[in-house]
Write a protein that binds this ligand. Structure first.
Ligand code: PLP
Length: 410
């Protein structure tokens, strides 16, 4: 019998009951704005920031409206100006170049390796040719490069690093939390990430001046003294009159939903790993299907799964996607000509200068991507792997499909 999967690739787990109760309490008292507190009350947003700072070991933390906002705020706080070149991964998600472009700065894309991480030789070449002083490092789909080697290289090149940790909240490199290597770490709490408040973002940093600027930028007016995961008043003295207010605050309702989820993060990471490993084991050894290698030093969050079909034609990949979808497995492909839903590629971002990344093009042409929500069980993942394995064998070893017959998957 042909097996079929019937789960939803976009269904997250419910908000924990504790978070629902805390959200209802905020709704009942009505003080949703982070600076609107009763005498003696510490806002949910402030507690959330303290708790995330403690979780990551960062000195300072700021909660904001979205992950994209966090990145834009970090760039501004680090002094990036209109016209400046900012380096970033050639393989990333649209909000990353979007945050750079929103400042009038210029995204300069760096090649990625077969393991989907930054190519250090190309980073060095692009740093020199562009004159960039900042690297917006995207741990895209949770793949972390050798952070020790990267930081040595960036020090040598005079690059300051912002980490895009949208897919690495809860991950570590050699035991150090993702987001703690660069000057600033940025996170997203959008529904499809590792904690869910619909929208939301964090910045963490040990740099008092950068964090003071970020807090002012986020729309703190002269109420920055209410932040408790923040530098002292002396850090604000020189910047408070010259930093624009670019409102993008977190609110107490979302903070209330997030706090109990932070307490679940370590457990979620373990559950994601079990799902990831079931997929990995089920797909090992399929001819023509290449899995990414996960380094020993990396503790990753398996909230998505990637594999490459390096020698497959576009038509063959289209047939594979159509057949797996017919069996209930929803895949995304980075090789499509046109951007679809959340999936797009650097050459689709027409607001950036036209750039050529032949190595990244070759990798993305065969790159297949899948969401792994925690509503899937480990058995679900084993079933998905069986379906993918069977279809990869049939389609991979079948005759080359005719272009005209290859269906276009939407
Ligand atoms: C989701 C995401 C972001 C930022 O997301 P928001 O939707 O703005 O919260 C940044 N980088 C990557 C790689 C992402 O996937």
């Amino acid at each position: 019998m042909t097996e079929r999967f019937s789960g939803s690739f976009t269904q997250q787990e419910p908000i924990p009951e504790e978070g629902i109760a805390a959200a209802v309490a905020v709704l009942r008292h009505g003080r949703l704005h982070r600076y609107n507190t009763a005498p003696g009350e510490v806002a949910e947003t402030v507690l959330l920031e303290q708790e995330f700072a403690a979780l990551t070991g960062a000195r300072y933390c700021l909660a904001v409206a979205s992950g994209g906002y966090a990145m834009g705020c970090a760039l501004r706080a680090m002094g990036v100006q209109a016209g400046d070149a900012v380096l970033s991964n050639g393989f990333t998600l649209a909000p990353v170049p979007g945050a750079i472009a929103a400042l009038g700065a210029r995204p300069v894309f760096v090649e990625v390796t077969d393991n989907l991480v930054l190519d250090f030789a190309d980073l060095e070449a692009k740093a020199r040719s562009s004159g960039a002083r900042v690297l917006m490092l995207s741990h895209m789909r949770g793949h972390v490069c050798d952070m020790g080697a990267l930081m040595v290289l960036c020090d040598r090149l005079g690059l300051r690093v912002i980490e895009d940790c949208a897919h690495t909240m809860g991950a570590t490199w050699n035991g150090v939390p993702s987001g703690r290597h660069g000057v600033v770490g940025c996170y997203s709490m959008q529904t499809y990430k590792h904690v869910n408040s619909g929208e939301g973002g964090f910045l963490i940093s040990d740099d008092a001046e950068v964090m003071a600027r970020a807090i002012l930028l986020s729309g703190s007016y002269m109420l920055y003294g209410k932040h408790l995961a923040a530098p002292g008043p002396e850090a604000f003295a020189t910047v408070r009159m010259v930093t624009p207010n670019v409102s993008g605050r977190m609110d107490n309702l979302r903070a209330a939903i997030l706090r109990p989820q932070l307490r679940q993060l370590a457990d979620r990471v373990a559950r994601w790993e079990a799902r990831y490993r079931a997929l990995e084991a089920g797909l090992a050894g399929v001819p023509g299907l290449v899995l990414t290698v996960r380094p020993e030093a990396e503790r990753f969050v398996g909230s998505s799964f990637q594999f490459c079909l390096p020698d497959w034609s576009a038509a063959r990949i289209q047939v594979f996607l159509t057949r797996t979808l017919a069996r209930g497995v929803e895949l995304k492909w980075f090789g499509a000509d046109q951007p679809m839903a959340f999936t797009s590629r650097y050459d689709h971002w027409g607001y950036a200068e036209v750039q050529s990344l032949p190595q990244t093009d070759r990798i993305l042409a065969g790159l297949v991507d899948m969401r792994v929500p925690l509503t899937f069980t480990v058995e679900d993942c084993a079933l998905i792997a069986r379906i993918l394995r069977e279809e990869a064998l049939v389609v991979g070893q079948g005759p080359e499909p005719d272009w005209a017959e290859a269906p276009v998957v939407q």
